[in-house]
Ligand binder design. Structure first.
Ligand SMILES: O=c1ccn([C@H]2C[C@H](O)[C@@H](CO)O2)c(=O)[nH]1
Ligand SMILES: [Zn+2]
Length: 141
């Protein structure tokens, strides 16, 4: 089951579009209803416009109506190190909760399990901004 999610992230890695870094990354996110969405990194000649694999996969899921997730697996070609998501991806995951699982894998498919909370402690999330009709700026009326 989780091995299967890691395998799907490895398959997605094959689609990586990374002519600049040549660093292939794949991700597979498991929605709460059991559907899996995959993604790869998508780089751009304007380097800063590039997308990470994790955000590609999560955006595919959200754009098809899924905002509740059980787990995400991430794969790279690193042999001796577990791939570790960048800060932007950690925050992107956290938008959809802190208590879900992140499988960080090595190229041989071995993995380390961490929660979003462990990857991004003391986080800022959707519950935090106090905006809306009963507030002015940051002050609750
Ligand atoms: O967790 C990660 C780390 C890096 N990358 C991508 C971004 C860029 O395309 C390349 C090199 O940083 O790898 C990901 O997609 N996910
Ligand atoms: Zn990232």
């Amino acid at each position: 089951m989780l091995k299967a999610l890691v395998r799907k992230s490895q398959e997605a890695r094959n689609q990586a579009y990374c002519p600049y870094s040549k660093f292939r990354v794949g991700a597979a996110v498991l929605a709460s209803n059991g559907t899996v969405f995959t993604g790869c990194n998508v780089e751009n000649a304007c380097y800063t416009a590039g997308l990470c694999a994790e955000r590609t996969a999560i955006s595919k899921a959200v754009s098809e109506g899924h905002t509740s997730f059980k787990a995400i697996a991430i794969a790279s070609d690193l042999e001796d190190r577990f791939i570790s998501p960048c800060g932007a991806c950690r925050q992107f995951m956290r938008e959809f909760g802190s208590q879900w699982d992140v499988y960080l894998s090595k190229s041989d498919g071995s993995y380390k399990l961490m929660t979003v909370e462990e990857l991004l402690p003391c986080s800022f999330g959707p519950e935090d901004p106090r905006t809306g009709e009963n507030t002015v700026g940051n002050s609750k009326l």
